[in-house]
Design a protein around this ligand. Structure first.
Ligand code: GTR
Length: 325
């Protein structure tokens, strides 16, 4: 009996040591404004799986989706200060702090998603990644977010003239405020989570986003007129707190970078499928999609370049992007 108890105690002790070893795993927190299943959430989850596998379980990633940790601007502060280690956000909220992030946000700079991929996967993308470091961040990857377009509850948009006087929520960046002003409309930057009720109550007429956001945030329920003006093809950025990254061994840093790179391919695949699915969902729910004359939008938004492309570094970057075939 005594022996049996000793034996059992031994097993309990051994298993609690194993639990102890598992608990030594470092769990990294990552934020995302989108719901579970959204391509960015799944991209980061995939990154986490690869990191876990390739570090033999020493690191794991927990994704806090659906803005559980707060709105994008707040979570950017959290990842910069190290409260959380990872974050997947749009690049637009960085426009005021990371100068080079302005370039991919410029209206109609990218000719297509293919062009954007070529630029962001090449030396200009690396230059933009590097520019996040002084902000205390390592940009691990750029993810797809398709093209942003305007939608509103008031009327269908077929030309720039139709935009006049409408009130739009824009993502939190001065460039977007100026884009809307250039079209003769009014812009209000506000957190993503406030958009639905602001449209519903008439504080604003609409907003601007891609099909998957328009769909999953249910904005199509309150703003039925979606105009495919496609003013920016702005990618998302997946960032890591720099101090947390610097603490990794060089081997682990490579594992993280490679896992991020591998997650890009996965996210792009999921993205393409989601765009098609979301378009179907919103159309079935009664969204009216118009295809306005893009040339008018391109011409009207030219002053945005004069105002925001203000130095040699940015001018060269814009020219470099345009030169990528
Ligand atoms: C989405 C983007 C989000 C968020 C949102 C917004 O397209 O994926 O990260 O930035 O737009 O408009 O706030």
């Amino acid at each position: 009996m005594l022996h049996a108890t000793k034996f059992l105690t031994g097993i309990v002790l051994a298993s609690s040591l194993m639990v102890g070893a598992a608990a030594a795993q470092t769990v990294l927190k990552s934020s995302d404004t989108h719901p579970d299943g959204y391509p960015t959430v799944e991209g980061v989850k995939y990154f986490g799986e690869l990191v876990k596998e390739r570090t033999q379980g020493r690191y794991a990633v927990e994704v806090y989706h659906s803005a559980q940790l707060g709105e994008e601007k707040d979570t950017i502060e959290q990842v910069r200060s190290g409260v959380i280690e990872l974050n997947r956000v749009s690049m637009a909220p960085f426009n005021g702090t990371v100068k080079e992030s302005i370039v991919p946000a410029l209206p109609y700079l990218f000719r297509s998603e293919e062009h954007m991929h070529k630029v962001m996967d090449g030396p200009i993308g690396d230059q933009i990644k590097k520019a996040f470091e002084p902000a205390g961040l390592v940009a691990l990857a750029f993810y797809d977010a398709g093209a942003r377009s305007f939608y509103n509850k008031t009327k269908p948009i077929n030309s720039v003239a139709d935009m006049k006087g409408l009130k739009f929520r824009v993502i939190q960046s001065d460039i977007f405020v100026d884009m809307v002003a250039a079209l003769g409309a009014n812009a209000t930057p506000m957190p993503y989570g406030e958009v639905y009720s602001s449209i519903e109550t008439g504080v604003i007429d609409g907003a601007e986003n891609n099909f998957p956001s328009y769909d999953t945030a249910k904005h199509f329920e309150v703003a039925k007129n979606y105009a495919l003006d496609e003013h920016t093809i702005l990618p998302e950025v997946f960032v890591m707190n720099k101090a947390a990254f610097d603490k990794l061994t060089p081997e682990d840093q490579e594992i993280f970078k490679q896992a991020a790179k591998d997650s890009v391919a996965k996210q792009r695949e999921l993205w393409a499928a989601k765009v098609a699915e979301s378009r179907k969902i919103v159309e079935a729910a009664g969204a009216q999609i118009t295809t306005p004359d893009k040339q008018g939008f391109i011409e009207a938004m030219k002053p945005v370049y004069e105002k925001h492309v203000t130095d040699e570094v940015l001018r060269k970057m814009v020219a470099d992007v345009q030169a990528v075939q």
